[in-house]
Design a protein around this ligand. Structure first.
Ligand code: S3P
Length: 179
């Protein structure tokens, strides 16, 4: 069983995913890091070369590749839900956990993160805060519609977030056995 973490930039997918993988003794993959290593380029380089469409094509290939083996915890990029083929693959190949938080929290986390410059090129011509508000409003229904479990990480420590996910998985797997 794969566990996919989805959600907006700054919701904690990588941090929580690493810890969750350790606790479950599963392999951890971050699709952004995986694709940067494979391409030998940063996400910013890919945006510079071919804009968002090139990045989304490579992201979709990456999702297809990383889903194939089972038993991983996979942190996805914030825009993974924008392509229907990704959504189908996630649904087919694992359990989907949505990490959510409010715009103020996300702005602060994104702003304070050293990797933002390289990993998070602008996606609109809006300023950073407005971009978060605008994209969150657009994407929230897309995240919600595929989530098996939602957790708000705004005021949770990474350990508390992982414990919540683990107790959900415990119940979910028991239900799966009953069904
Ligand atoms: C993106 C989020 C980024 C990365 C790329 C596009 C998005 O990943 O995939 O910059 O569209 O929200 P994180 O969610 O890990 O920051």
């Amino acid at each position: 069983m794969n566990i996919f973490l989805i959600g907006f930039r700054g919701t904690g997918k990588t941090t929580i995913g690493k810890l969750l993988a350790q606790r479950l003794d599963k392999e951890f993959i971050d699709t952004d890091e995986y694709l940067e290593q494979k391409q030998g380029k940063t996400i910013k380089d890919l945006f510079r070369e071919g804009g968002e469409p090139l990045f989304r094509d490579i992201e979709a290939q990456t999702i297809a590749e990383v889903c194939r083996p089972d038993n991983r915890v996979i942190a996805t990029g914030g825009g993974v839900i924008l392509r229907e083929e990704n959504v189908r693959r996630l649904r087919k190949n694992g359990i989907i956990i949505l990490l959510d938080a409010d715009a103020d929290t996300l702005y602060k986390r994104i702003h304070d993160n050293a990797q933002t410059q390289q990993k998070r090129p602008s996606l609109t011509s809006l300023n950073a805060y407005e971009e978060i508000e605008y994209l969150l409003a657009y994407r929230r229904p897309l995240y919600d519609r595929i989530a098996d479990f939602v957790i708000n990480t705004a005021s949770l420590s990474k350990h508390d977030a992982v414990n919540k996910i683990l107790s959900f998985l415990h119940t979910y797997v028991k239900d799966l056995r009953k069904g």
